[in-house]
Each structure stands twice: as C-alpha cells, then as structure tokens.
Write a protein that binds this ligand. Structure first.
Ligand code: ATP
Length: 268
C-alpha cells in the first residue's frame, strides 16, 4: 500500500501551444497517442493498432518532457512520470514491485500516459553495464508490463532519451517502443516560436526584436532560451528593485511595470 500511494498521478497543464516549433512531432503524437486515446472505437473498427510505446529521442532540453505532458493533457489522459535514474537510486530492492504498481495504477486510471524520462538509465543494452542483475530484472519487468498492455486499453508508454544508441534493443521490438520520434534541436524558425512562448507574459520594451534573437541563438535548446528569458527578466527586476521604493515594487504599479520591461540590452 505504501508503494501505491507514491505513484503520483498528475493532470499536466501543458498545451500544444506552449511548445514552440516541433510541428511534425506534435502531429505525429496526435495521431499515435491522442487519437487512439480519444477515439479507441474508431481505431478498432478500422483495424489500426496504435503503438503501445513511443520513444522520443534527441538532445537535452528540446522539449521531450513537455511533449509527453502536452499529449497527455490534450488527450484528456492522466499522466504518470518516472525518471530512470530515480528508479535506480530510490527503489533499490523493490523496483519490480514499483514497476508493476505503476502499470496497475495506469490501467486503473486509464486513459493514462506513462512517461519514463532518461529511460537509458534503466534500460541500457544488456552487457553494456556492470553488475547488471538488478537492471536485468528491471528491464524484464518493464518488458512484461509493456507486452501485457491490451490493445486499446488506454495505456501508452512514452520514453525519452538523449542516448537512443545505448538502449536495450529488446525494448525497441514491435509491440514495445516501436515508434521512434526524433525531437531535434530547434532551427531559427522554431527558436522564434520558443521565444514567443516564453515572452508571452513578459513585458518587453519596444526595441526587443525576437526574430533577431532567434537568429543569434544558433545552438540554443528550448531550455537555454527559457533560461535566457528568465535571466533577462531578473536583470530587469533587479534594476527596478534597486531603484524603486518598496511600495511600488510590491504594488506592481504603472511605474514598476514600466521599469520592469525587458530591453534589448538585457538579452545581450
Ligand atoms: P532532457 O533531455 O534534459 O530531459 P527535455 O527534452 O525533456 O530535456 P524539457 O524538459 O521538455 O526538455 O524542456 C525543458 C524546458 O525547456 C521546458 O520546461 C521548457 O520551458 C523549455 N523548452 C524546451 N523545448 C521547448 C520548446 N520547444 N518550446 C518551449 N519551451 C521549450
């Protein structure tokens, strides 16, 4: 019973619109996850078998977790998230039980998206790691659970990794994670969309040109862009706090908002 309580079911609030770029990936997830969860009967009638498992792979900070949350939310599904490394460090001696519990919960709460972040930590290719008995059991349990997912039962597993190359090939067999989707680093157009998402609620001075920022941030991930915007906003806040009386800063008066504006200088 204690394990049961610790399986946290969430309803994420991320929407497709909160993710900049990645239009192809979103569409693929709509078709592979959202539609089957929302319209299982139609899939049955047409004899289409939706994937049970999807592996999102790509560089860090490119939105894999966001995508998994958004597809759960947009599918009106519950969301259970586990992190590979956490499973290893916290569940010592009871990993099998935990995995079983998670899938039981997922079935109970269906439709459910089970998200396994950094799945490479728990499912590296057998033989590629040391002292792997513990990991073997874990991988086997995961495979058993995935094989046991009934068609159209409303449970989908989404894994995420930066290292698809080290994942146990047994996980990629048909009926398991058989849909691989690349989540690439954002190009200039996608970076502009990401800047737009993250400045939605930030007061910007008129001299801020997001298109130019997108051009200048070659090599930045979505997470890097988010950090950049946050840092710029903090600089603006620091400036306001050091200049304005406390009442104004707390009241968020006109003058405060005005001085809080993030300007081009803050981004550079
Ligand atoms: P990791 O591989 O490090 O786990 P990830 O690919 O799962 O990273 P996320 O956790 O989804 O990346 O992204 C981290 C943060 O970066 C998000 O909370 C979000 O603020 C921002 N971000 C990343 N990609 C995007 C995007 N395409 N649009 C908007 N924000 C993004």
């Amino acid at each position: 019973p204690s394990a049961l309580r610790e399986v946290l079911i969430e309803v994420p609030n991320v929407r497709w619109d909160d993710i900049g770029g990645l239009e192809d990936v979103k569409q693929e997830l709509r078709e592979a996850v959202e539609w089957p969860l929302k319209y299982p009967k139609a899939f049955e009638r047409l004899g289409i078998t939706p994937p049970k498992g999807i592996l999102l792979y790509g560089p860090p900070g490119t939105g894999k977790t966001l995508l998994a949350k958004a597809v759960a939310n947009e599918s009106e599904a519950n969301f259970i998230a586990i992190r590979g490394p956490e499973v290893l460090s916290k569940w010592v001696g009871e990993t099998e039980k935990r995995i079983r519990e998670i899938f039981r919960k997922a079935r109970q709460a269906a439709p459910t998206v089970v998200f396994i972040d950094e799945i490479d930590a728990i499912a590296p290719a057998r033989g590629s790691y040391e002292g792997g008995r513990h990991l073997d059991t874990l991988i086997n349990q995961l495979l058993t659970e995935m094989d046991g997912i009934q068609e159209n039962s409303g449970v989908v597993v989404i894994g995420a990794t930066n290292r698809p190359d080290i994942i146990d090939p047994a996980l990629l067999r048909p009926g398991r994670f058989d849909r691989l989707i690349l989540v690439p680093a954002p190009d200039e157009k996608a970076r502009l969309e990401i800047f737009k998402v993250h400045t939605r609620r930030v007061p910007l001075a008129e001299d801020v040109d997001l298109a130019e920022l997108a051009k200048k941030t070659e090599g930045y991930s979505g997470a890097d862009i988010e950090a950049l915007v946050r840092e710029a906003a903090l600089i603006a806040l620091r400036r306001a706090v050091s200049r304005l009386p406390r009442e104004i800063v707390e009241k968020q008066g006109e003058e405060f908002l005005e001085s809080l504006k993030v300007s081009r200088r803050d981004f550079e």
